[in-house]
Design a protein around this ligand. Structure first.
Ligand code: WT7
Length: 637
């Protein structure tokens, strides 16, 4: 029996049981079946969650790009590896074959080398969704450089923080980007960020918008001429299984972003195997994930997972609303997309529009639909099922995280019966448990608790770059010998999981993971602000929106409150990015605090949600009187 592709529920249970009983044997078989190794491992797994230390496929040697590209050249060099659909539908789409991708990546890898990048160096990539983004990622992996992709919607200040934290020597960017009818000056943002990053020696600039930009002598270089001159063959660097592959930042509950570090072999095996099974990818299919490569979804399921399977993966530069709200469906028809993977927030936004935007297009190519990033509500699930999948395409509700590297809980299409709002069953090799608040495992079904994973899986992050203690404290100290996800979940009577949302100070807004702490830091930097607290409240399209409660230094501040709100929002946009701007900002005299001075966010969350009938016991607060004052002020903002 081939382990690689699970075809029905019975087989899923068989494979799952094996993966739990004999995890090492199980993963060894998956790893042997489908990859090119320069040297096999001496040991499949060693682990200790108390340190924490996890090693998969120890001492194996490989290069992931050899598995993503070279391996496919002989059998399917002419097959399309990447379809690139530009922002403007009138511009021609690009169909890049595996051989052409090979050439681009090799040239790019040589450009990196010619500019002093070696194995182990860190390279920051700040690019829009243009083909060069995929080339850049793979070129780094080709030579063993560690990529750190920063989503090109982040501000100069956020880019600088990440560039510094990851010790990047090089920046790869473009002259600008197109997003709908907007043109964005990416290079200007980079220039500003690099004022604070003296260690960045070289900036490679891809041409996209043709904007007139500033090129700093000796530092900035246009990419195209270098690519043209570069040799199109670059020997892959032979990497150790546990050599770092990339760093990717995610928000946390303190101000500083966490640079999750992923390594090579385990990440490769897991993303490849999940992609094949969860999207039921068949040889001639066209697969499209609408995420940005700046997020983990794009790393694992636009670039690595699909290419490792020799798939055709579609990259879209634009936004779902341009030139109109039918754009996604137009692309599905145009490229005959078979698997479509998007976020609940996009589904909710599109479901609010006229159905004509959908019905105009032929969506009959679709076979599997996916969602990721936040819980999907029942209404959105049914809209997706009825109008996009026409009730014949299973929806895979995939739960996972930047930290997990790959999908952890998800139906397997045509095997696992789906259930609206449920991510259903753990993928083979994943052992979820629910824990109560005092550290006891909650067994049985029809229960809820905090979601933990009790056994390592190949694509888990190995550390937070530069801060292993924080890695241990954040993920491995809440529950002994378990990885704590930060999410709450329930398990229904059949053992299906439903993720109910974050139980920590992270808020998912439109599928973006935002920590409250960095947003509060940005607000507090405004000279008029004394203190602030940011909480989430339910939002029809975004899932959650942000609500900021702000205390001003001078109470009854005479300045115009609307202007202050604008300034605070601008400050957040500058420090983090526009996605972190609160929908509401309310100026208050005080924040509800416990006697030890901790802000009672639970109360603020209820107020922000206009759910004030039962605020629980407020008498133990240090300052119970502020609660009424805040409630009275709700409507004045
Ligand atoms: C958090 C991780 C992993 C890709 C994108 C987000 C939430 C993710 C689901 C889902 C309910 C989900 C969780 C998780 N989340 N997928 N299918 N159902 N919640 O990655 O930015 O690292 O965020 O997203 O809260 O912890 P991320």
């Amino acid at each position: 029996m081939s382990n690689y592709h699970i075809k029905n529920l019975e087989e899923y249970f068989q494979v799952y049981r094996k993966s739990v009983r004999e995890p090492e044997k199980f993963w060894q078989e998956v790893a042997e079946e489908h990859f090119v190794w320069r040297k096999k491992w001496d040991n499949v797994l060693s682990w200790d969650f108390s340190k924490p230390e996890v090693k998969w496929f120890e001492n194996a040697k490989l290069n992931i790009t050899e598995n993503c590209i070279d391996r496919h050249l002989l059998a399917q060099g002419d097959k399309t590896a990447i379809i690139w659909e530009p922002n403007d539908p009138k511009e021609e789409a690009l169909h890049l074959s595996y051989s052409e991708l090979h050439k681009k990546v090799n040239q790019f890898a040589n450009v990196l080398k010619d500019n002093g990048i070696q194995k182990g160096d860190k390279v920051c990539i700040y690019l829009p969704m243009i083909p060069e983004l995929a080339y850049a990622v793979l070129a780094c992996a080709r030579i063993g450089a560690i990529h750190s992709v920063v989503f090109a919607g982040f501000s100069a200040s956020a880019l600088a923080t990440r560039t510094l934290d990851a010790d990047c020597k090089m920046m790869i960017t473009s002259d600008g980007s197109f997003r709908g009818d907007k043109k964005i000056d990416l290079k200007g943002i980079v220039d500003k960020a690099l004022e604070d990053c003296p260690d960045v020696e070289t900036v490679l600039v891809a041409k996209r918008t043709g904007a007139d930009i500033n090129m700093k002598e000796g530092r900035d270089k246009w990419l195209e001429p270098l690519m043209e001159k570069a040799a199109d063959n670059c020997k892959p660097e032979i990497m150790d299984a546990e050599d770092p592959l990339f760093i990717l930042y995610t928000s946390g509950s303190t101000g500083k972003p966490k640079g999750m570090l992923h390594t090579t072999a385990g990440y490769m095996v897991y993303t490849a195997y999940t992609f094949k099974n969860i999207f039921n990818y068949q040889n001639d299919d066209v697969y499209w994930c609408t995420a940005d490569i700046g997020w983990i979804t794009g790393h694992s399921y636009i670039v690595y997972g699909p290419l490792l399977n020799g798939a055709t993966t579609l990259m879209f530069e634009g936004v779902p609303s341009y030139p109109d709200f039918g754009r996604f469906w137009e692309i599905v028809e145009k490229h005959k997309v078979n698997q479509f993977y998007t976020a609940p927030t996009a589904i909710r936004a599109l479901a609010k529009k006229n159905l004509d935007f959908v019905d105009k297009y032929d969506l009959s190519s679709l076979k599997v639909l996916g969602t990721v990033g936040e819980p999907i509500n029942e209404e959105a699930w049914h809209w997706y099922d009825n109008h996009i999948g026409k009730n014949k395409s299973p929806i895979v509700d995939t739960w996972w995280q930047t930290e997990t590297g790959g999908i952890m809980i998800s139906p397997i299409p045509f095997a696992t019966p789906t259930k609206p709002t449920f991510a259903t069953l753990p993928f083979p090799g994943i052992q979820p448990v629910l824990m109560d608040e005092v550290g006891k495992e909650i067994t049985g079904n029809q229960v809820d608790g905090r979601l933990c994973i009790k056994f390592p899986w190949p694509s888990m992050a190995r550390t937070i770059y530069g801060n292993h203690d924080r890695y241990r404290d954040t993920y491995f100290s809440a529950y002994k010998d378990k990885y704590f996800t930060g999410d709450g979940a329930l398990r229904d009577e059949t053992g299906y999981y439903r993720i109910t949302g974050r139980v920590d100070d992270v808020i998912i807004v439109s599928g973006h993971n935002l920590g409250t702490a960095p947003i509060e830091d940005a607000i507090n930097e405004h000279p008029a602000v004394a203190e602030s607290a940011v909480v989430g409240f339910p939002h029809e399209v975004k899932g959650n929106a942000l609500y900021g409660f702000v205390i001003l230094k001078e109470s009854g501040e005479s300045r115009n409150q609307d202007n202050l709100r604008k300034e605070i929002n601008q400050q957040i946009a500058d420090k983090i990015g526009p996605i972190a701007k609160p929908d509401k900002i309310q100026f208050v005299e005080g924040l509800p605090k416990t006697r030890s001075g901790k802000i009672m966010r639970r109360i603020l969350r209820k107020i922000a949600s206009h759910d004030i009938s039962d605020l629980g016991d407020t008498s133990t607060l240090l300052n119970p009187e502020v609660v009424d004052e805040i409630i009275e002020g709700i409507n004045n903002n």
